[in-house]
Write a protein that binds this ligand. Structure first.
Ligand code: ADP
Ligand code: ZN
Length: 605
């Protein structure tokens, strides 16, 4: 063995030292061991297989479901001087043939392959004729049938173990509940492999969950106040909502693009490429977008619909701030989200066990939304990790009050009860609130609901407050969306205890003041921390302009050339020689040789 892992890290990638478990994982794989690696998005999984692939003889084969991103991944490695290539269906046969020959000739350090391609006879034969240093199974949670990214092709990957029992296999994922972890280990025949579980905390991401009223306006206000000109992702549940939200943002001067599975594949690919290549783009997307997108400078991830599970939510928000700089995760959620999702679960195909599982996932998500304690504590508890209050989420920064909602809950539950018992009727949230607030609408008159004893008994609370009560009752399953599919509400077994006064209910009340923007809080984590002193800022802008030109001429995203953090460090420290440059994080030997002189000129100019 000629070069050590640490030397490879420093010379090829330009980083000083390993993070967290990287060293242990890499040592283990270099020595030929299998492993299951669980790290949050942005935790640094790629190096865990890239470095062993460089250190061990042969080619590292990376299995990734993300054909559209392979080109960028390979380009980034080529920029570092790593001999990388990919095989997938987007290539013509000539290119594939060249890649195959390079592999057979032992001229590749890394080869990326999509699972469906790998499982073809032709590809298996090819791999058998060359030398393989390791298999890296990226996005390994795609093997989980219960998960949100299930890919049937992944199930075929257990064959790697049978065919190449001596080649180390490394499965990597950012999804880490015990259930998923066990399922991955079992399906990929990794039962004996050690599990490396990193901390899932992403301290630079500020978590915030707000009450939804006019969500598009709220979103716009958030972006305008805190993220003007920043790159971000907005997640929605449906295609129609993606389209209308992207249009709305564009009409209001925010550059936004839509992304969902209903778009023509060419348009989708073009939008993704623009998001990766242009600065300050906002992608409005369904959850079909984002897996494997490793753009480091996404400054915010916003959800305007309630995500279906904490696991999915954490992966999606993890796409913000991979560069370690401050970033925001923002979610707006309201009564309608709960009604809609409970209804979708009732109507979903699949057996009871499946529905129960969806229900449990939703309950965990609702628990996070309604919590009066630190959001991050809740999030990490979901991954069975404990921390103290984080100081960087909305509840830590501006603690909400809890209020005794027992009487309010009794009023609304008894309205539901009486409607059903006395009249055999069920209604949705809006009408119930009208009854309680004593509002003489046409519908109230039509059904003569003004004659009910509960009519007007809730005039003391605003409509908004009642929606909050209903939402929290639904969140705690003290009310249910009935099975007929109209979003009407019914009591549950648990409602009885509240009606009988056997249970006290404490609800979350939003603080009057909204959480101020990171810009105005002036904490060490605020955005201001990124702004450089006068001249350095100028140098930084200068370097960025240079970078865009290089990126454009190479046809790669700007961050593939250098990350912002690297340019910032150069702008601040003003390196004078190539040696000085080599000491900067993110400048490896290859990049120093290729760009060093130009960088020095930029700094002097
Ligand atoms: P993941 O695949 O886990 O989401 P990546 O492998 O893309 O994360 O790494 C996230 C970011 O952290 C990348 O920009 C990467 O270059 C950087 N990084 C990873 N390991 C180190 C390290 N040891 N030192 C400095 N930067 C690192
Ligand atoms: Zn917190």
């Amino acid at each position: 063995m000629n070069t050590s892992s640490l030397e490879t890290l420093q010379q090829v990638f330009g980083y000083d030292s390993f993070r967290g478990d990287q060293q242990a994982i890499i040592d283990h794989v270099v020595q030929g061991g299998d492993a299951l690696v669980l790290m949050p998005t942005g935790g640094g999984k790629s190096l865990c297989y890239q470095i062993p692939a460089l250190v061990r003889p042969g080619t590292g084969v990376v299995i990734s479901p993300l054909i559209a991103l392979m080109q960028d991944q390979v380009d980034a490695l080529l920029e570092l001087g790593v001999r990388a290539a990919f095989l997938n269906s987007s290539q013509d046969w000539r290119t594939s043939r060249d890649v195959e020959q390079a592999f057979l000739a032992g001229e590749l350090d890394l080869l990326y392959v999509a699972p469906e391609r790998l499982l073809t006879d032709r590809c298996l034969d090819l791999l058998s004729s060359g030398r393989i240093s390791l298999f890296a199974i990226d996005e390994a949670h795609c093997v989980s049938q219960w998960g949100h990214d299930f890919r049937p092709e992944y199930l075929g990957l257990s064959l790697l173990h049978e065919r190449w029992p001596d080649v180390p296999r490394l499965a990597l994922t950012a999804t880490a509940t015990t259930v998923t972890r066990r399922e991955i280990a079992q399906r990929l025949a990794l039962d004996d492999a050690p599990h490396f579980v990193a901390s899932f905390d992403r301290p630079n991401i500020r978590y915030r969950i707000i009450e939804k009223n006019e969500v598009r306006r709220q979103l716009l206000a958030f972006i305008q106040a805190e993220h003007k000109g920043d790159c971000g992702i907005v997640y929605c549940l449906s295609r129609a909502r993606v389209e209308e939200t992207a249009d709305f943002l564009c009409q209001n001067g925010i550059e936004a693009l839509p992304y969902h599975a209903g778009l023509n594949p060419a348009v989708r690919a073009a939008n993704q490429a623009r998001f990766l290549r242009e600065e300050g783009m906002v992608m409005v997307a369904t959850i079909a977008f984002g897996m494997g997108v490793n753009k480091p400078d996404v400054r915010f991830v916003a959800h305007i619909d309630l995500p279906k599970s904490v696991e999915g939510y954490y992966q999606e928000t993890g796409r913000a701030g991979r560069d370690g700089q401050p970033a925001n995760a923002w979610l707006a959620y309201g009564l309608q989200d709960v009604v809609q999702q409970r209804r979708m679960i009732n109507e979903s195909a699949g057996d009871d066990a499946f529905r129960r599982r969806l229900g449990a996932q939703l309950d965990a998500m609702l628990g996070l939304c309604e919590t009066v304690t630190c959001r991050r504590q809740r999030l990490l508890a979901y991954f069975e990790q404990t921390i103290g209050p984080c100081g960087n989420c909305d509840t830590c920064l501006e603690p909400p009050q809890a209020w005794d909602g027992t009487v309010a809950a009794q009023k609304i539950l008894s309205a539901v009860y009486r409607l059903w018992r006395e009249r055999g009727q069920r209604f949705g949230a809006g009408h119930l609130i009208d009854i309680l607030r004593g509002k003489p609408t046409d519908r109230i008159q039509q059904y003569q609901h003004e004659t009910m004893t509960v009519f007007g008994i809730g005039a003391d609370l605003s409509e908004q407050a009642w929606r909050g009560v209903l939402r929290q009752l639904l969140a705690q399953s003290l009310l249910a969306v009935d099975h007929e599919g109209y979003g009407t509400l019914a009591l549950t077994d648990a409602s009885r205890a509240v009606l009988k006064g056997e249970r006290t209910l404490m609800f979350r009340r939003e603080p009057e003041k909204k959480v101020r923007s990171p810009r105005s809080t002036g904490t060490a984590k605020s955005k201001d921390a990124i702004v450089l002193p006068g001249e350095a800022q100028q140098r930084f802008e200068h370097l960025r302009t240079w970078r865009s030109e290089v990126a454009r001429s190479h046809g790669v995203p700007a961050y593939v050339i250098f990350h912002d953090a690297t340019l910032r460090e150069i702008a601040l420290t003003c390196p004078q020689t190539l040696d000085d440059l080599g000491g900067i994080s993110g400048v490896g030997v290859r990049k120093r040789d290729a760009y060093g002189e130009e960088l020095l000129r930029c700094v002097r100019g």
